[in-house]
Design a protein around this ligand. Structure first.
Ligand code: THU
Length: 126
């Protein structure tokens, strides 16, 4: 699967975002070693801190279905700058693969690819 195809799945997932507060939908598509893709969107809550990001939605779906070998992640969001994963998501994903390749898009439609270890050097593990 190309990055474009994975991004298209992330954009599609973003259509289900529940964002009555921020009005900022995010979509994610997480590809595992065997090629299985899990998608996610952000789901907000009136108790704002209970909101879950698109990336963690996808990761939790994967792990709960028995998939832990994350390989690539595409993140779709219509931000001015690239829609980079938040700090909590970086740490959450680091647990499963510090070398995860992450593709981030922005409203202009272009994208960048970085390794999770670039986003989060010295992440926590024990
Ligand atoms: N959000 C994500 O889904 N992923 C990120 O990496 C950054 C932020 C969501 C959370 C919230 O619903 C909205 O974007 C605005 O912060």
């Amino acid at each position: 699967m190309t990055w474009e195809e994975l991004l298209a799945l992330a954009a599609k997932a973003g259509e289900n975002a529940y964002v009555p507060y921020s009005k900022f939908p995010v979509g994610a598509a997480l590809e595992c070693a065997d090629g299985t893709v899990f998608t996610g969107c952000n789901v907000e809550n009136a108790a704002y801190g209970s909101t879950i990001c698109a990336e963690r939605t996808a990761a939790v779906k994967a792990v709960s279905q028995g998939h832990r070998d994350f390989r690539r992640l595409a993140i779709w969001g219509l931000s001015q700058d690239y829609c980079y994963p938040c700090g909590a998501c970086r740490q959450f994903l680091y647990e499963f693969n510090p070398q995860l390749e992450i593709c981030c898009t922005r409203a202009a439609g272009d994208w960048v690819v970085r390794s999770l270890s670039e986003f989060l050097p010295y992440g926590f593990r024990f």
